[in-house]
Design a protein around this ligand. Structure first.
Ligand code: ARG
Length: 414
């Protein structure tokens, strides 16, 4: 009996030719696995295609809910943006797909697993670290990395073996999508000095074509998690879908990012992440209402660290749980609602309220009713600024001393 391998299968050209290649050159029985994370593709067609190319079995696992609850929600709590821009939508999905790959390998008695990543990106790292963290005995094969074919060679191979080649092959872009976002790479986008062509966008309108009237959305959070939109309680997956649609119509969530990949390459990435953009903006605002300034400042560092950790493929590192412990504790108070105005590409905060808000009108107001005693500030400023004032006095004295000790300039040489 031949050994079995489970391949993470998207239905695209790379993983399609990988089925045939694994059979042919590695002499393996290939089982394919497609994990549904809300990428809105035809799962039945993907299954049929896998069988037609020669997989011995195919699994489809619907994991949208798990993705949102166990990966997207922690990302919201961490306001997760890599390099302050990218909501790590692809990065979040990889450890979950890897987990399903390992589980399927076990249920199928497979000895190895495969993914379609090249050797230049982040996804190979994310998959392989997550797979090994769960089962270091599984062999990992990366056909695209090992084989290293050009696009043309790949198409020739596909044609030769009767592998269906996608109709939109003149489409030069590489796309990855799930509920948390859509990423677009390659083709003309590789010139970072040129504006992306309109054709690459699918989830979002341009600012010019966005709706002419604003839409207001009110997002209710309970303990850091979104639970209702415009006072309508909704299940997690629905909330994300709803905000993707609403935001998309207003051109919210287009991101053009010059990104530092883990392998050291800078790459130009385009994203469409309407729900993520709206949600992180809203969540961060609510945190500012309910957390003390020390918590807000420190959490910015924790949040950046969390995003970097997940971006760089270390979802399974205990460090994430350490960071989560801090984040989770702060979220106990992140309850309330935030109102945003979606209009012509922007998601602008217009109001926030929370029963746990630390905002105190009596302190903040400039009216006579204020309870803040302004006289206290005089002494406060003396003490607060004391070290700075002392340092400046010392520096001036030292500079004066140094100037006196400097020898007179010498005559220029020759
Ligand atoms: N640069 C993004 C990331 O590393 C997007 C990667 C897209 N992946 C893909 N297989 N097309 O998360």
């Amino acid at each position: 009996m031949r050994e079995k391998i489970v391949l993470a299968y998207s239905g695209g050209l790379d993983t399609s030719v990988a089925i045939r290649w694994l059979k042919e050159t590695k002499n393996l029985d290939v089982v394919t696995l497609t994990v549904d994370l809300g990428q809105a593709e035809d799962l039945q067609t993907i299954q049929d295609k896998s069988r037609q190319i020669g997989a011995t079995n195919h699994h489809t696992i619907k994991a949208e809910k798990e993705f949102v609850e166990d990966y997207v929600f922690p990302a919201i709590k961490a306001n997760a943006l890599y390099e302050r821009k990218y909501p790590i939508s692809t990065a979040l999905a990889r450890p979950l797909i890897a987990q399903k790959l390992v589980e399927t390998a076990h249920s199928e008695n497979a000895t190895s697993v495969a993914h379609g990543c090249t050797g230049k990106g982040n996804d190979q790292v994310r998959f392989e670290v997550a797979i090994r963290s769960q089962d270091p005995t599984l062999k990992i094969i990366a056909p695209m990395r090992e084989w290293n074919l050009s696009r043309e060679e790949e198409i020739r191979y596909a044609n030769k073996h009767g592998i269906p080649v996608p109709a939109d092959l003149d489409n030069p872009y590489s796309v990855d999508q799930n509920l948390w976002g859509r990423s677009i790479e390659c083709g003309v986008l590789e010139d970072p000095s040129a504006e992306p062509p309109a054709e690459i966008y699918e989830w979002t309108s341009s600012q010019e074509q966005a709706l002419n009237e604003p839409t207001y959305v009110n997002i209710q959070f309970d303990n850091g998690i979104p639970v209702a939109v415009n006072d309508r309680p909704m299940p997690p997956v629905e909330i994300i879908r709803e905000l993707n649609l609403k935001g998309g119509k207003h051109g919210v969530g287009r991101i053009d990012h010059l990104e530092d990949r883990l392998v050291g390459i800078k790459s130009r990435e385009i994203y469409e992440c309407p729900a993520a953009t709206i949600m992180i903006e809203a969540h961060r605002e609510l945190e500012k209402s309910v957390l003390t300034r020390h918590e807000v400042w420190f959490k910015e560092t924790i949040d950046a660290e969390w995003a970097r950790l997940v971006y760089t493929g270390l979802w399974n590192d205990p460090f994430r749980e350490d960071l989560d412990a801090f984040i989770e504790k702060t979220q106990e108070r992140v309850t309330g609602s935030v109102r945003l105005k979606l209009y012509k590409g922007s998601a602008q905060i217009v109001a926030r309220s929370s029963p746990l808000s630390l905002y105190d009108t009596d302190l903040a107001t400039y009216n006579a009713s204020s309870t803040f005693n302004q006289a206290w500030s005089e002494g406060f400023i003396q003490i607060w600024g004391m070290p700075t004032v002392v340092a400046n006095i010392r520096n001036r004295q030292n500079r004066a001393r140094i100037v006196k000790q400097t020898p007179p300039p010498q005559a220029p040489l020759a």
